[in-house]
Design a protein around this ligand. Structure first.
Ligand SMILES: NC(=O)c1ccc[n+]([C@@H]2O[C@H](COP(=O)([O-])OP(=O)(O)OC[C@H]3O[C@@H](n4cnc5c(N)ncnc54)[C@H](OP(=O)(O)O)[C@@H]3O)[C@@H](O)[C@H]2O)c1
Length: 258
């Protein structure tokens, strides 16, 4: 990578939520290669430690700050953003990646409610709180910050067994456009973008089905996207010239029908 290619993100403070696996981990690596200072968070601290070690082995000068957090706690999110500003400086880039799906049927009482609440809390509430906290650190500096929501093709069509998950990703789509309109009204230099993948081979499937074999069978139906494919899309969004605001990038595996 040339110095020119690194330059847009060099020295920026970039937060990645849900960096302990899958897409978030791949995005964190991409940002480190671009010279960003990374604040990476998720619940599983050992995974974050391993990712930090992997990045530092490849890039000895990389700055990676890890933080264990359950993003269902808005107060914990507020404290984390304060800590990021203290440790690394004010936030320039936020990748709202943490998220999950549960089958959580819409026509059954009981157990499904916990799945609905978890999806709403992580996919919608945490994304919104992180966004507001990041903007609070960008706005006083009139910084050309960037918020990227990792949404889903489920924000455009409703997957089988995924009605509630689809509802949360339709919400992310609405939140992307809602924030864009607000920032435009304020004549803000902050940009907001989404990246909306179809099937990506990560731990998402085993979390969704609570069964790694079922997840493996789903991914074996075609050639799924890789976390690196999504990191490349995020990189494209972040490195577009400042007057360009990529609204959403929709990606499907060529072999995926719906
Ligand atoms: N894989 C796909 O096919 C696919 C398709 C479209 C969109 N997406 C979206 O892509 C994003 C990343 O998912 P992925 O595919 O990379 O799945 P993944 O491998 O399961 O990663 C999900 C990440 O979210 C974190 N997370 C979940 N609940 C959390 C909580 N309560 N607090 C903090 N962190 C939490 C997880 O960390 P901990 O468990 O360590 O907390 C993990 O790092 C999600 O928003 C997902 O909806 C995925």
């Amino acid at each position: 990578m040339t110095q020119q290619q690194r330059s847009e993100l060099e020295g920026t403070v970039a937060v990645v939520t849900g960096a302990s696996s899958g897409i978030g981990a791949a995005v964190a690596k991409m940002l480190a290669r671009r010279g960003a200072k990374g604040a990476i968070c998720a619940r599983r601290q050992p995974r974050l430690d391993a990712l930090k070690a992997e990045i530092e082995a490849e890039l000895p000068k990389a700055i990676v700050w890890t933080h264990a957090i359950d993003l269902r706690e808005p107060v914990a999110i507020m404290a984390m953003f304060e800590a990021i500003a203290e440790q690394l400086g004010p936030v320039d880039v936020l990748i709202n990646n943490a998220g999950l799906g549960r089958p959580a049927p819409l026509s059954e009482r009981g157990d499904a409610y916990a799945g609905w609440a978890e999806m709403l809390d992580v996919n919608v509430m945490a994304l919104s709180v992180c966004t507001a906290e990041a903007i609070a650190q960008m706005r006083p500096r009139n910084a050309s910050g960037h918020i990227v929501h990792v949404s889903s093709m489920a924000g455009y069509r409703i997957p089988k067994e995924g009605g509630f998950y689809g509802a949360t990703k339709h919400a992310v789509r609405a939140l992307t456009e809602g924030l864009r309109r607000e920032l435009w009204e304020q004549n803000s230099p902050i940009r907001v973008s989404a990246v909306s993948p179809g099937n990506v081979k990560t731990e998402f499937g085993s979390v969704f089905f609570s069964d790694p074999e079922k997840a493996e069978a789903m991914y074996a139906q075609g050639v799924p996207l890789t976390p690196e494919d999504i990191a490349t899309a995020v990189e494209f969004v972040l490195t577009a010239p400042e007057h360009v605001q990529v609204h959403d990038v929709l990606l499907r595996p060529r072999t995926q029908a719906d």
